[in-house]
Design a protein around this ligand. Sequence first.
Ligand code: SF4
Length: 396
Amino acid sequence: MELDEKVRILLEMAADDLDEGLRHSALRPINVRPLRQGGRTFRIFRILLTNACVFNCYYCPMRRDRDLPRVEVSPERLARVFMTAYRRGWADGLFVTSGIPLSPRDTVDRLIRLLEILRFREGYRGYIHVKVIAGADTAQLRRVVELADRVSLNLEAPCPDVLRQIAPQKNFTLYLQTLTEVHRLAESLRADGRPVLRSGITTQFVVGAADDTDRQILTRVDSLYRERVLHHAHFSAFRPIRDTPLENRPETPALREHRLYQVDYLLRRYGFRLDEVVFDRHGNLPLEVDPKTAWALAHPQEFPVEVLTADRERLLRVPGIGPKTVEKILQARANGVLRDARDLAALGVRLWVAAGFLTLRSRRLADASVLEPRPLIDPRTTAGHRFYEFSPGTFR
Ligand code: SF4
């Protein structure tokens, strides 16, 4: 197979949901994911070293027993392909992951080879995000930490029992130990004055491929945040891949994934504690209402909040008001320019959510009862079973 064709396959399989449009766009085969950072668009070149794998995870499009063309490119060739894209201004950074064609150590060796070529032979100093694999040894992990900006290791499941249901060859304890080992190595290098892993460590969970609950997933995430291991977590709604053991399992509603991301934000940016998050009796987040509104509706004694006098923390608890808007409100208050609801809307307050929880000059802006959860019809669950050829959310 020609290099172009190999690269095309490896680029496509490393795309994520957000890249769906790119699969059919003129941008192929340059698979870039635009990210907005500090007002600038940052394009990540996402690719696999190989889609061959000896593992047989039930949810994965690249599992060993699945029939698909297996290709790989050498670290040397992949470095050349990426540097061409980079020098032509098509991409600003690299995300690289890999199947496991022989063993975790062999795979991580190849990833390290790629990193060394880029950093030392090509002199590339830009962003690199690398996925590592449990089973790599400490010296390998240390080398990756020295050379990458971000390292991720996908736990896929919140606990051993759930992982056993979807990937019986994987050892949850080993995955968790490897994740914390990467963190320990980064901390020790930083203590020596080395500014390593500037973009931190991430992980991902496949959501709904087994009988996991949101509470289980968020409990694991929260514990990794409290130990300061993770920069952030990713959640990937399960999709049934054709010719896999889970092909007949219903796909997870995209809204469930979205709700998990919303709670992740509440934990990281809004000062919420996990024990404040509202779960249903099954341990899942309500889909009908966002998690912050669910908390507010469950705590009527905390509302209404008076816009002109509430402190930063109380304003941040109001649904429809985010951290940037809180800062704008405080600034506007200092300048004495908040007169009515239109002034709040101009600052970014989402009044259709927030109004029922606020007073302005002691006057209610709306009635919170309009926000009571309503039954929700998810178009995906009513559209019948869909098979996917691959899961774009496999790699984040
Ligand atoms: S999830 Fe990873 S280890 Fe499992 S089959 Fe897919 S590529 Fe291989």
